[in-house]
Design a binder for this molecule. Structure first.
Ligand SMILES: [Mn+2]
Length: 340
């Protein structure tokens, strides 16, 4: 069912049940949370009971999305022993048992129906009711489509969070996954009251001044190798102390290295309080930083991965630099790959 979802089958299945627990992956992102809230709203408008329960808390950065809504956390708001089983579980934005965290045990041991709505490529076998469209740019796209299938409309609050889900999963409509259908559905959400500028501001323009200062300090010391094909940054504990920041404030900085013309690979090395060095790795095709991270027991995706090395910082950076240059040599040239 990958790529084409049988919407009428999904509709029938949803209408066969009267109570749902909706869940998504651990550390929910805007797409996961927006999709959950959208599904809850839709199911309630159909006269169903729907509760959102996740294995982990809503991250502070997107907490504004669920303000005034009830998003429960397993073992914090709902003890596992007191879990009231619904008629059906509805999982959205993942089809990985591992990604469901502690919710996976509850779903698997419950023998209740389990309906999955997802757009990811990799998938576990989760039963007979998996509705996956890997051409969808976001799970929220599929939720929007479901609103249309039921001939329902989201209110402005739900339009906002569904818009946030689609916008963030597509890198604000610039990733190759962005289709005309993505734009059409996002356009409909604006008709229903979604505020694109406000969603962008609330998600991306909430930095502390300290964080901006740290960015300046770290970026001004960007280093480069292999004629600019590899760029990297390093952040010492002293840098963070001086600017009043923490390792979390370095998130996203590595991507700036790939904005330089000719850059093919990038990494950032961050000194943790434990004196270990955390690496975030990025690259363009045909390189593979998942393989690079795996050399150091790390993991991730081909174009974005991470791993941890023992300190000190300079030594760890040198080790990573050698390994990165090694994988670049082994990979076919980006230019010749594009020509062929
Ligand atoms: Mn998603």
């Amino acid at each position: 069912m990958v790529g084409s979802v049988n919407w009428s089958e999904l509709k029938t299945l949803l209408l066969q049940h009267s109570s749902f627990v909706i869940c998504s992956h651990v550390r929910p992102d805007a797409d996961a949370l927006g999709s959950e809230l959208g599904l809850q709203y839709l199911l309630r408008s159909l006269g169903r009971t729907a509760t959102i329960v996740n294995a982990s808390a809503v991250p502070a950065t997107i907490a504004f999305m669920s303000e005034g809504q009830e998003v429960l956390q397993l073992n914090v708001d709902v003890p596992k022993q007191q879990f009231t089983l619904p008629d059906a579980f509805l999982t959205v934005d993942t089809s990985s048992w591992q990604q469901l965290g502690a919710m996976a045990d509850i779903i698997r041991s419950s023998a209740r129906e389990h309906i999955v709505i997802d757009h990811h490529l990799v998938s576990d076998e989760m039963g007979p009711h998996m509705f996956r469209d890997t051409t969808a740019a976001a799970a929220a796209e599929m939720v929007c489509r479901l609103f249309e299938e039921f001939e329902r409309e989201p209110d402005a609050t739900i339009a906002d969070v569904l818009y946030a889900g689609i916008a963030t999963d597509t890198g604000w409509f610039r990733f190759p996954s962005t289709r005309s259908e993505t734009m059409r559905l996002a356009g409909r959400l604006i008709d229903f009251g979604a505020r694109p500028h406000e969603m962008y501001r609330l998600i991306h323009e909430q930095m502390s001044l300290q964080r901006v200062l740290l960015s300046g300090k770290v970026l001004s010391a960007v280093r480069t190798a292999a004629d600019g094909r590899l760029n990297w940054l390093q952040v010492s504990a002293a840098d963070m102390e001086e600017t009043g920041t923490s390792p979390a404030d370095t998130e996203g900085l590595v991507n700036r290295c790939l904005t330089v013309a000719g850059a093919e690979m990038a990494f950032i090395a961050v000194e943790l309080p434990t004196t270990q060095i955390k690496f975030s790795l990025r690259c363009r095709e045909p390189h593979n930083v998942a393989a690079l991270a795996a050399q150091f027991s790390g993991g991730g995706h081909q174009l974005a991965s991470g791993c941890t090395l023992p300190g000190p910082l300079d030594k760890a950076v040198q080790t990573m630099l050698n390994a990165a240059l090694g994988t670049m040599e082994a990979a076919p040239e980006v230019r010749s790959a594009a020509d062929s």
